[in-house]
Write a protein that binds this ligand. Structure first.
Ligand code: TRP
Length: 332
């Protein structure tokens, strides 16, 4: 029997997850479960590269796990777990740190951005963040890694480290490829449609949180910036606001763009916004309800997290055994 290719991806346990994240990443994670052997990880160890309150982080990690479950990650088919529950991540991180040149890390765009934003806390973890990410991926011998464009440079490092280690010690890791999803819709800010929709936007009207209540979704979409034309058309270059609404509609309804444009022929912006909001509410409401049920039972969530970590560890332990042997840490 031909075995399925393995997918690995991680998500930070930060507070808000927007429909941009849902459309750009999470929705694909769910679909990928049909054709691949998927491992999804809540990366709490990456999260502490910026200041965190311990009790908030603890809660958010479990909440993020609940959100993934609510979106459709199926713990019977995929492995879903929290990074710090599997100590092999930290173990491989150290070995790989000793194979990574500081220059490689200092060149990383995200490191430069983050050090500019967190000037008071440029810690070594911020610099070695991409090494830990490489450890995540290589530990599970993942074939494919779904990542956004902002993570491509990090994945490149994981590939370099893979080749470097294999050349030095013989075949150990699998060379991971980036997985670029078919539908590459990039959802934009509702207030400044030239920009990407971001959960760190200071204006909450600019994004829709995947857990927003229906009335908030309706209000934010009604306030979305459009333009002063009167005809609804898909012109992303010149009319980004309307194009963004049409894209959201297209994804939520699973309809090709031409069909969406046709659907709004001869209608006005008010009708477009009403329909987009309804489409979003229809998709998000069941997710929000499932999420609320899941977070109400912390014990059950913890059990799911522990089961996932146990399955993850079985794989990670094997890889780590080989790595420790190859670098000379055992006496065999
Ligand atoms: N750095 C990723 C992000 O911020 C999260 C992440 C951590 C990740 N480890 C990973 C993604 C491994 C893919 C594979 O989005």
């Amino acid at each position: 029997m031909e075995s399925k290719k393995r997918i690995f991806s991680g998500i930070q346990p930060s507070g808000d997850i927007t429909i941009g994240n849902y459309i750009g990443a999470l929705r694909n994670w769910i679909e990928l479960q049909d054709g691949y052997d998927c491992i999804y990880c809540v990366v709490d160890m990456h999260a502490i590269t910026v200041k965190q309150d311990a009790s908030v982080l603890r809660k958010r990690s479990l909440d993020t796990l609940a959100l993934l479950l609510a979106c459709g990650v199926d713990p019977d088919r995929s492995i879903l777990y929290i990074q710090s529950h599997v100590p092999e991540h930290a173990m491989l991180n150290w070995v790989l740190c000793c194979k990574t040149y500081i220059g490689e890390l200092q060149r990383m765009t995200q490191f430069k951005d983050k050090s500019a934003r967190h000037e008071d806390n440029i810690n070594a973890g911020l610099l070695t963040y991409p090494v830990l990410m490489a450890a995540d991926i290589l530990l599970y011998r993942a074939d494919l890694v779904p990542v956004g464009i902002d993570q491509k440079q990090h994945l490149e490092l994981a590939r370099d480290l893979c080749v470097r280690f294999n050349n030095a010690y013989g075949d150990t890791f699998v060379l991971p490829e980036p997985y670029i999803p078919k539908t590459g819709a990039r959802i934009r800010s509702l207030q400044e449609p030239e920009k990407k929709m971001s959960k760190s936007d200071s204006n909450p009207n600019a994004y829709i949180n995947i857990l927003d209540e229906p009335d908030a979704i309706m209000r934010k979409i009604k306030r979305a910036v459009t333009d002063c034309e009167s005809v609804i058309a898909y012109e992303p270059e010149t009319r980004a606001g309307v194009a963004n609404l049409l894209e959201i509609y297209s994804v939520m309804k699973n309809l090709p763009m031409e069909a969406c444009v046709k659907r709004f022929e001869n209608l006005g912006y008010g009708e477009l916004k009403q329909a987009v909001a309804e489409a979003v509410i229809e998709v998000l409401s069941p997710i929000r309800q499932r999420y609320n049920e899941l977070v109400a039972d912390r014990k059950a969530l913890l059990r799911i997290a522990e089961d996932g970590a146990e399955k993850a560890r079985a794989i990670a332990r094997k890889t780590m055994g080989k790595v420790y042997h190859k670098v000379g840490f055992d006496s065999k």
